[in-house]
Design a protein around this ligand. Sequence first.
Ligand SMILES: *Cc1c(COP(=O)(O)O)cnc(C)c1O
Length: 355
Amino acid sequence: MGYPVVEIYREKIKENAQNLVKECHLRGIEVAGVVKVFGGYKDVVEAYIDGGVDLIADSRIENLKGFNEFNVQKMLIRIPMKSQAEEVVKYSDVALVSEIDIVEELNKYAKKHGKIYDIILMIDVGDLREGIFFKNKNEIEEWVRKVDMFKYINLKGIGTNLNCYGGVIPSTENMNYLVEVKSMIEKLLDRKLDVISGGNSENIKLMRENGMPKEINQLRIGVGIALGIGLYDKPIEGQHTDTVKLIAEVVEVKEKPSAPIGELGIDAFGRKPTFIDKGIRRRAILGIGRQDVSPEHIVPIDNKIEIIGASSDHLIIDITESNNNYKCGDVVEFNLTYGGLLAAMTSKYVNKRIV
Ligand SMILES: *Cc1c(COP(=O)(O)O)cnc(C)c1O
């Protein structure tokens, strides 16, 4: 298989899942393993399942459809589009939702396909992405009363998501808002709700500090398994962070000045480039570009390499200080940030290989 390629280490991903599943289960928390960063790549889903996750979660119904062969509960974590309601009912078991109109649509198709579809109502406790704002008690009440009328919908619980848009950090305080909303809904419906889905990988720190109320019984964990990172993108203790690697091929090695010669315009992306003149440098071009991944999202494993820049299809690196004598046809390896992994897994020009 050619380059560039994302190499994924199955055992490390599986162990990352195992570790967190074990830790969460000890506290009565089930784990929805979020695979959205892997662009629907099934071998990774298998690694998560082998690692013992209770559900598989993805933001795209297209990906969940592809996982149909796996005998595991499937959760859609991006609030559904009306235009996809039938697919959502067919290819997932539970969705995070916030709009009553969407639930009405889901109810319609659940009836058509003869199933009871589970939903989790999203409550916004301050991050200002999806969900009903937690202080709007009347809105919550009205919503719940309406949902209770839908015969093919089961309100399984409530959930929240933090640290995605507003950057708000999970705390005992905002988790307790959820517990309050849950009690309020339970009184209203005169029955218990099964689930409080308390958040994502960023909640792990709070969980370890015993800061999560015991009512929180589900987390949706993506990067904590995929890259072993959590709050502030810091490594989670005990997790593998070297789960993936990007490998690209050298297509040119030449000595050149470090500042361009001639009058400067703007680059292909509308920016006016600036240069530091370091004299003549040894540079390599790799066969990978912005169409595959942003240079800001990759980190050379050989730390003597410096990324100088990228165009759509070329990545330019300075190899003057490196101890390796890179030649054409050699490869250069990179670690990936979350954004880098997301982009590389999504680019059809980047090969994927699980080892
Ligand atoms: C992405 C996402 C997650 C997983 O987040 P991580 O930080 O990768 O653990 C959980 N829930 C929702 C709603 C998401 O969009």
